[in-house]
Design a protein around this ligand. Structure first.
Ligand SMILES: [Zn+2]
Length: 333
């Protein structure tokens, strides 16, 4: 059985009370091949990635690694994890907005730099950053916006790799910050994407299984593991990148009730929810502007003007018109 190397590395570059160490796991086949990184819990209140990584490593120890190596940072934000917080400290620094980092910068920038260098020096073929989303959400892959890819060959490779997860694949809007781990890696020419592995708030075992299956699918595609599942269970007929959307936003305040569930297909102009006043009258009916799939719905019943309450994987306008021909074979899990 393959042995997992485990170590703790110092990440802040300081020796005073704010020094922190984070766990690193490595499974090395000792044969030439791709290096894949898995990172989890960069947001301390999204612990699902740590469980996914642990289960992937357990599986790999048993089934073996054909070639290359898998590296993992299962629990990057230990302070956030302890405090059940997205942030790394009381300054509310979001580590996933600090990349590529700065060795002499803020605590977040120092940690980011250390992690970024650690990953880059292994010349990775792919980095998968694991997050969690709203409690009621399906697992899905998020790609960086098209403009962040220096060459379209890299984007093509990332799309192919993302498709082998068998999850819905969406692309971030162009307005997305590039200071995320995957954003900074993409700008450095490294294949990287995010998996939103279902809801945060404790470990949901079905989401852990989905995340593990997604990663094993990618490793199979890279020929790092032997065939581990049946081919042909793609959700869509072809490799398809949809657009991430947080529309419609609420324009009124009240109590929101949804008419759809995560994973459901929605047609253009379909009602997805209503906002009710305290007396029960309908203040607003929310409708999607394009067809697609519901990724997740808000954790909160409270609607306010401008509130984001739903996430949709949308087809583009032209695709939306021919949506019937692109219908899913099956609903996401
Ligand atoms: Zn996150």
């Amino acid at each position: 059985m393959l042995k997992v190397s485990k170590r703790l590395i110092a990440v802040t570059g300081m020796r005073d009370i704010v020094q922190r160490r984070i766990p690193v796991m490595v499974l090395d086949s000792k044969r030439a091949g791709p290096v894949v990184w898995l990172t989890g819990c960069i947001h301390g209140d999204e612990p699902g990635g740590a469980a996914v990584i642990q289960d992937v490593f357990k599986e790999l120890r048993e089934m073996g690694l054909e070639c290359g190596a898998v590296y993992a940072l299962p629990l990057i934000n230990s302070t956030g994890f302890e405090n059940v917080s997205r942030f790394i400290n009381s300054e509310r620094e979001d580590l996933n907005r600090c990349f590529p980092g700065d060795a002499k910068g803020t605590a977040g920038q120092r940690i980011a730099r250390r992690i970024f260098d650690l990953i880059l020096e292994t010349r990775p073929a792919l980095v998968i950053d694991l997050h969690n989303d709203w409690v009621q959400s399906v697992p899905y892959v998020v790609l960086e916006p098209r403009s962040k890819f220096l060459d379209q060959g890299l984007r093509k490779r990332v799309v192919e790799q993302a498709a082998t997860t068998d999850l819905l694949v969406v692309q971030e809007p162009e307005s997305t910050a590039s200071t995320t781990l995957t954003g900074a890696l993409t700008e450095s020419g490294v294949s990287a994407f995010t998996i939103e592995a279902g809801g945060a708030c404790g470990i949901v075992e079905s989401n852990v299984s989905a995340g593990k299956a997604a990663i094993l699918g990618v490793l199979e595609h890279l020929r790092m593991v032997a065939r581990c599942r049946e081919a042909g269970n793609r959700l869509l007929d072809s490799i398809h990148v949809l657009e991430y959307s947080n529309q419609p936003l609420c324009t009124t305040s009240g109590i929101i009730r949804f008419a759809v569930m995560p994973g459901e297909a929605v047609a253009c102009n379909q009602e997805v929810g209503r906002v009710y006043s305290a007396f029960g009258s309908v203040e607003e009916t929310l409708r999607v502007t394009r067809s697609g799939y519901v990724l997740g719905i808000s954790d909160h019943a409270r609607a306010m003007p401008g509130s984001e309450v739903i996430a949709i994987a949308e087809f583009t306008n032209s695709e939306s018109n021919t949506w019937e021909t692109k219908k899913m074979k099956a609903r996401p899990q």
